[in-house]
Design a protein around this ligand. Structure first.
Ligand code: COA
Length: 382
């Protein structure tokens, strides 16, 4: 059975900070950000956006086009959840107008959980081929101000429909897996920003890649030369370049720029989006490349802590006709740049602890957070 991604689209906030602004404020050469970590801009959510609104805005075009009558499962992957108990999926289910005969759940394992959700969705659809699973991955990456990691912030969401008759890509059954209990990045319940040992996390990312690749080979996966492109989890885009150099070296090959560059175009302009980052890279690849019909694409998913998975997909012949490329490009082109004081204003995130809160209508289109009243979040659908 050819199970895979039937549709995929992404969303990123209306505002961004050009990293040249941060470089000037920090007295740093902007080339460090542009070339050293490979980021140009970072998305900055306004006070009326959160993981739910971003996820709903990513999913809305899919449901507008295809309806929702065959969706009976909504999986929501995130590591910047808004509630320790109630799943973001339940809010999204209501805001998207899905039918009540639907299961909704939130999944967590740092940046990895969207891949777990994808594999679970494929297994479920194998059992119920007449059904579709809506998978949303949505995250806001915020680090402490004035730290090295601040330049690798960002925000975004991706939505996918998983089905037994996919239009975008068939997910291959082989996976290479790796898990290890390490402390490279974590966020205790009492913190709004993570603790991160950035340099250690890049070392562990590469180690997880190596082990997952070896397991992928042991499980009967494809050879390195079989792939027309590679998508990596991108906490910052230079990480993908380092990862591909490592994988190429392991296979006695030279890393080709064209293997990875189109999969990084969007992420360079958005920053880290944790669970969504790998799949925004996939959207970027599909939107930029015209030659991928029937080609194999490799993906490496990494979540600190850590879990890594190496897997592959085969792009469907008619994928061009099912892209949301124009919509994605218009969304990025219409964003608004922030100056440093405005960025700092949006960094202070009211969370309802100190009383009711009704943000300005900063986000002009789509679903938005209308307010927090008596500790309950109130959303306005698109
Ligand atoms: N021009 C071009 N490149 C420059 C430069 C300049 N003027 N100045 C520095 N650089 C390069 C460095 O050589 C280095 O490149 P390399 O990694 O290829 O050696 C790169 O910029 C980063 O600079 P460096 O000073 O080594 O690191 P940093 O202290 O700025 O930290 C991170 C970088 C990525 C570790 C930090 O941003 C971070 O912790 N981010 C979060 C990491 C994360 O998300 N981890 C989760 C993993 S999934």
């Amino acid at each position: 059975m050819n199970i895979g991604i039937d549709q995929i689209s992404f969303y990123t906030p209306y505002y961004y900070l050009n990293l040249a602004v941060l470089a000037e404020r920090n007295g740093i050469d902007p080339a460090k950000y542009y070339n050293g970590i490979g980021q140009e801009k970072i998305a900055v959510p306004a006070h009326d956006e959160d993981i739910v609104t971003m996820g709903v805005n990513a999913a809305a075009p899919l449901l507008q086009e295809h309806g929702s009558s065959d969706i009976d499962t909504l999986l929501f992957a995130t590591e910047s959840g808004i509630d320790q108990s109630k799943a973001a999926a339940v809010y999204a289910h209501h805001l998207l107008g899905l039918g009540q005969n639907c299961r909704c759940v939130e999944l967590k394992q740092a940046c990895y959980s969207a891949t777990a959700a994808l594999q679970l969705a494929c297994a479920y659809v194998a059992r119920k081929p007449e059904k579709k699973v809506l998978l949303i991955a949505s995250d806001i990456a915020r680090y402490d101000l004035d730290t090295a990691a601040e330049a690798t912030q960002g925000a975004g969401a991706v939505a996918m429909l998983i089905s037994a008759r996919p239009n975008i890509a068939v997910i291959a059954p082989h996976s290479g897996l790796y898990s290890a209990d390490i402390m490279d990045f974590w966020r205790p319940n009492y913190r709004s920003t993570p603790l991160v040992d950035g340099k250690y996390s890049t070392v562990m990312y590469l180690q997880a890649l190596e082990h997952a690749w070896q397991d992928y080979q042991a499980q009967g996966g494809r050879a390195y030369q079989d792939f027309s492109a590679y998508c990596y989890h991108l906490p910052f885009s230079k990480m993908g370049i380092k990862a591909h150099a490592r994988l190429a070296r392991l296979n006695g090959a030279d890393p080709r720029r064209e293997d990875t560059q189109d999969g990084m175009q969007y992420n360079r302009l958005i920053g880290n989006s944790y669970t969504a980052a790998l799949y925004i890279s996939l959207v970027s690849l599909l939107d930029y490349r015209e030659d991928l019909a029937n080609k194999h694409v490799a993906l490496f998913s990494y979540g600190s802590g850590c879990v890594g998975e190496f897997f592959a997909l085969t792009v469907c012949p008619q994928y061009h006709r099912h892209r949301y490329r124009d919509r994605h490009r218009a969304m990025l082109a219409n964003r608004v740049a922030l100056d440093y004081p405005a960025y700092r204003r949006y960094r202070e995130v009211p969370d309802g602890r100190t009383g009711d809160f009704f943000p300005d209508k900063d986000t002009p289109h789509g679903c938005r957070l209308e307010g927090i009243k008596q500790q309950q979040r109130i959303y306005r659908p698109a």
